[in-house]
Design a protein around this ligand. Structure first.
Ligand SMILES: *[C@@H]1O[C@H](CO)[C@@H](O)[C@H](O)[C@H]1NC(C)=O
Ligand SMILES: *[C@@H]1O[C@H](CO)[C@@H](O)[C@H](O)[C@H]1NC(C)=O
Ligand SMILES: *[C@@H]1O[C@H](CO)[C@@H](O)[C@H](O)[C@H]1NC(C)=O
Length: 637
């Protein structure tokens, strides 16, 4: 009986499924509204609709796969939005599987199409020929190897074309295109090798051209372009001659970083009379036979990560504001002229001498990781940030007046102490507090063991980093600790937690603890000595007056009301300080509950233990007597 019923059911089901399948099949060629398959978002301001189709947008995966067919899509129409104007449609397809794109349903309203990571491999038969009003077309992150000609070959409205991150080797189809309105083209991350003169001509009216990461090894400069931005970084260009970029007269930004450039002709950029920004970083430019003529319009030069041993620039104009020349092999910075540069990064060179009089306008100067033996003087009035990390400077003493927001003197192996009045001539320029103050960083100095209590006398510090030095004691009167609104970082020092440093716990720690955003400064603040406190976090002793001065544990327990107050003030983590430091991490937030449960569990366990011990004792006493052995079984647990 049972079997025959279920058999009937199966048959019915199969029949039903077959009928359904037939229905679905006959439905397939019918057009489907895209908004029934993907998310559609109306823009309340202009009559426009954004269609977003991606993995997560498939409300019903199966239905989506059955019905999604770009050939038979109904794009949103006028009635769907208020107002009579037909909506402009922007459609985004991403993370779908669309290996070959069909001819997309016609629509005069579609102005943007984007296919991002949809596994596209081919574009067979002019898929966009019926969406002729397209202004923006993006096909990125696919595996497209060629592109055939399409609507671009006739007059069109395309403003932006993004074909980046594909496997395009040749763009010959684009050579016949009419890109009269095109403003932006992105061909980056393809395998072009070279770009034909014809294509460059077709693109002549664009203003931004991206060709980075295209394995380009040869470059034939187009003439009469309107290009303003050209990105050729991450290619294989080797020589920049007078001809390479000579005709790009409108160019404002030229990016050539991460190529294999060895040779740059001095006049290579001379003709670019609109150039504002030039990036030659990460190449192999050694000493130039003749220094580079930089057009007078240039405001920013990046020459970082080359191998220049000499200042590579010919006379610089007053427009130049920013120079990045870090990671070269310069032994001095001496441009033989006065420049208007406000930001100079010359870190990671071999500079022994810095000619400050050439740079009176500097605001930011980074000379870290060089061979300077003293803090350079005579730096201009504008300077607010000075970084000298990693130099073999022996003595930190500022003897010329300086007005700074940040002074960074990290990683100085030769510095052993900070002497009295070392920063007397340093005036703060950070206006964020009523009194102008300065942030000072002296961290990672592996031989810095001593700080004079008067080291910071005469200056106003707003933030102090003394982490990872070899300091064992910190003088209490070093600074007005309350005025340090950015906190003090003393972590990573071998602090001596004896009585003389009790003030650290009593005053400094609570100051840092009061501000949530400064509590990170307590994470790795640890004692190195005496042996019984070695490795302990200082925060463990917070709220225990006299902990470093031989106070006993009982005293602490009596102080407990004070600790309760702190718990109530919202610093859940402080509650752990009388216990183990690991507790800090484990019990934050739910601390009180866990604490109570721990007390309860401990009490129960103690009670059980007590009973056990009492019984055992009694047994032992009985064992000693002769009849004890007979009674034993009664007391087995
Ligand atoms: C390039 O496309 C691949 C495949 O879609 C993607 O995983 C990758 O993140 C893309 N790379 C960039 C830099 O966009
Ligand atoms: C660029 O614009 C100029 C003037 O508008 C036009 O004469 C020329 O044909 C355009 N070039 C291309 C390749 O479309
Ligand atoms: C200078 O360049 C180095 C290396 O690129 C960088 O780490 C540092 O942040 C730069 N300095 C400034 C002040 O920007």
């Amino acid at each position: 009986m049972m079997i025959s019923i279920s058999h009937d059911k199966v048959t019915t089901c199969i029949l039903l499924l077959a009928v359904m399948a037939c229905l679905v099949r006959s439905e397939a060629p019918q057009a489907v509204e895209i908004c029934s398959l993907c998310h559609c978002l109306k823009d309340p301001k202009e009559p426009s609709i954004t269609v977003d189709c991606w993995e997560g947008s498939r409300v019903h995966r199966q239905r989506f796969l059955q019905r999604f067919d770009l050939r038979n899509i109904l794009w949103p129409v006028a009635s769907e939005v208020s107002g009579s104007q037909p909506p402009r449609v922007r459609a985004f397809f991403r993370n779908l599987h669309l290996p070959d794109l069909p001819i997309i349903s016609a629509s005069p309203q579609v102005i943007e199409l984007s296919f991002k990571s949809v596994s596209l491999e081919t574009l067979p038969t002019e898929p966009f020929r019926n969406v002729r009003n397209l202004e923006i077309l993006t096909i990125t992150g696919n595996n497209l190897q060629t592109i055939e000609h399409d609507f671009f070959a006739i007059e069109n409205n395309l403003l932006r074309l993004d074909l980046s991150n594909n496997s395009l080797v040749s763009l010959s189809a684009l050579e016949q295109s009419r890109f009269e309105k095109l403003e932006f083209i992105d061909l980056s991350r393809n395998k072009l090798g070279t770009v034909s003169r014809q294509l460059l001509y077709v693109l002549q009216n664009a203003s931004r051209v991206r060709l980075e990461n295209c394995d380009i090894y040869s470059w034939d400069c187009p003439a009469n372009t309107r290009w303003k931005v050209l990105d050729l970084s991450w290619n294989h260009l080797t020589d920049i001659t007078t001809k390479t970029f000579n005709d790009l007269e409108q160019l404002e930004e030229l990016y050539l970083s991460h190529n294999d450039i060895r040779i740059v002709y001095p006049q290579a950029f001379e003709n670019l009379q609109q150039l504002v920004r030039l990036d030659l970083s990460h190449n192999d430019i050694f000493n130039l036979a003749y220094s580079l003529i930089v057009p007078s319009t240039v405001e920013m030069i990046n020459f970082a990560n080359n191998s220049a041993e000499r200042w590579p620039f010919h006379k610089l104009s007053e427009n130049l504001r920013v120079i990045d020349i870090q990671y070269n092999e310069l032994s001095e910075i001496n441009p033989d002229q006065t420049v208007n540069v406000v930001r100079l990064n010359a870190s990671h060179n071999q500079i022994r001498k810095f000619s400050s009089e050439s740079f009176p306008a500097l605001i930011e100067l980074d000379l870290s990781d060089n061979l300077l033996e003293a803090i350079p003087g005579g730096l201009g009035q504008q300077l607010t940030m000075l970084t000298l990390d990693g130099n073999p400077i022996n003595r930190i003493f500022i003897d010329n007046p300086m007005v700074l927001k940040v002074l960074s003197l990290n990683r100085m192996p030769n510095v052993v102490e900070l002497e009295a009045s070392a920063f007397k001539e340093l005036v703060g320029a950070d206006e964020s507090k009523e009194l102008d103050c300065v942030e000072i960083r002296i961290a990672g100095c592996l031989n810095l063991r001593h700080i004079d209590p008067k080291a910071f006398e005469g200056t106003t510090v707003c933030k102090l980093d003394l982490s990872n030095n070899q300091l064992t004691t910190i003088p209490e009167e070093l600074i007005d600790w309350k005025s340090l609104y950015g906190g003090v970082n003393l972590q990573g020092n071998p602090l001596d937690c004896s009585c003389s440093q009790q003030w650290l716990v009593d005053e400094l720690l609570s100051l840092l603890y009061e501000k949530r955003d400064l509590q990170y400064l307590l994470d790795n603040l640890r004692c190195a000595t005496p042996p019984e406190r070695k490795g302990q976090r200082l925060v463990k002793h917070l709220g225990h007056r006299g902990a470093f001065c031989g106070a006993v544990k009982m005293e602490r327990l009596r102080n407990s009301p004070g600790e309760d107050n702190v718990v109530q003030a919202g610093f859940g983590s402080i509650f752990c300080t009388q216990y183990d430091e690991d507790c800090l991490h484990a019990h934050e937030g739910t601390g009180l509950i866990i604490f109570i449960s721990m007390v309860v569990i401990t009490s129960i366990l103690s009670l059980v233990m007590l009973v056990f011990i009492l019984v055992r004792r009694r047994n032992e006493r009985r064992n000693m007597s002769k009849e004890g052995a007979l009674l034993m079984p009664q007391y087995r647990f």
